[in-house]
Design a protein around this ligand. Structure first.
Ligand code: NDP
Length: 249
């Protein structure tokens, strides 16, 4: 439980990558300013987080199950928090999807929106009324550079991040008078499981329906240059965690 003066921070998607690193960085804050509720949809994946959290686990960091695609799970999680008080919500959970539109079913596309867009909306809807009532709060949303610019064969993922941007830009204006801030984080490439999965997906990717020029551009120009950018400019999840800490301080 949070002690007096501590901010309650709830983070989604803490089993790996950025979410895990943000949770650990905030839990280890040397002034103990945060009580971190690290959430993940499957707590069988908790070992990496607990190992990194060390002796902060059970003190400044606690663990909760939360699947952002399930309204019941979201409600259960928030209701289990004392006074439903979340001072800082970090909407981090997200999935990618790569491939020509012709090869992706509507069901697969909906899954991306269910997680990235509606997952975020579910979280915000659940914490926002209490933040407005308390006239205090900060909502951090993990968008992407792809929330600002379209990228070939990333149509659906990009669309989900654009949707998040539009929703939050509109909401931010309405929440200002309640002293609730909304901040978007828009990372470029980050070395996480997300990146590993994307590279595996690329390796087995097929291109039914896509025209030869686009496939050639993707394989011969876009992919090699992306790999170079990853190599030269790719950030670590710790970099993004430090950036988020600065935003909330
Ligand atoms: P990871 O794949 O390492 O982390 C994604 C996290 O989201 C995992 O913990 C995963 O949990 C969780 N998750 C997926 N679906 C759900 C769900 N339904 N409910 C709750 N949690 C869920 O990737 P990153 O750390 O890189 O990604 C974090 C965020 O950063 C994402 O929103 C991504 O779009 C964004 N981002 C990533 C970039 C990158 O290059 N890596 C660049 C820009 C933005 P589980 O273990 O259960 O699958």
């Amino acid at each position: 439980m949070a002690s007096d003066g501590q901010k309650v921070v709830l983070i989604t998607g803490c089993s790996s990558g950025i979410g895990l690193r943000v949770a650990v960085l905030l839990a280890k804050d040397d002034r103990k300013r945060y009580h971190v509720i690290a959430t993940m949809r499957d707590t069988k994946r908790k070992d990496k987080l607990l190992e990194a959290a060390g002796d902060t686990y059970g003190k400044t960091l606690t663990l909760q199950t939360l699947d952002v695609c399930s309204e019941e799970s979201v409600k259960q999680c928030i209701n289990s928090i004392k006074d439903r008080r979340v001072d800082i919500l970090i909407n981090n959970a997200g999935i990618g999807l790569l491939g020509p539109v012709e090869s992706i079913s509507i069901e697969e596309m909906k899954k991306v929106f269910e997680t990235n867009f509606f997952g975020m909306v579910r979280m915000i809807k659940e914490v926002m009324p209490d933040m407005k009532m308390r006239r205090s709060g900060h909502i951090i949303v993990m968008s992407s550079v792809m929330g600002l610019q379209g990228v070939v064969f990333n149509d659906v993922y990009t669309a989900s991040k654009f949707a998040m941007e539009g929703f939050c830009e509109s909401l931010a204006v309405q929440l200002l008078k309640f002293n609730v801030n909304v901040s978007m984080i828009e990372p470029g490439p980050v070395h996480t499981e997300f990146e590993v999965k994307m590279m595996q997906d690329v390796a087995k990717m097929e291109y039914p329906g896509a025209d030869a020029d686009t496939v050639r551009y993707f394989k011969d120009v876009y992919l090699p240059s992306s790999l170079d950018i990853f190599e030269a400019m790719g950030q670590s999840p710790e970099d993004i965690a430090r950036c988020i800490k600065k935003v909330i301080e």
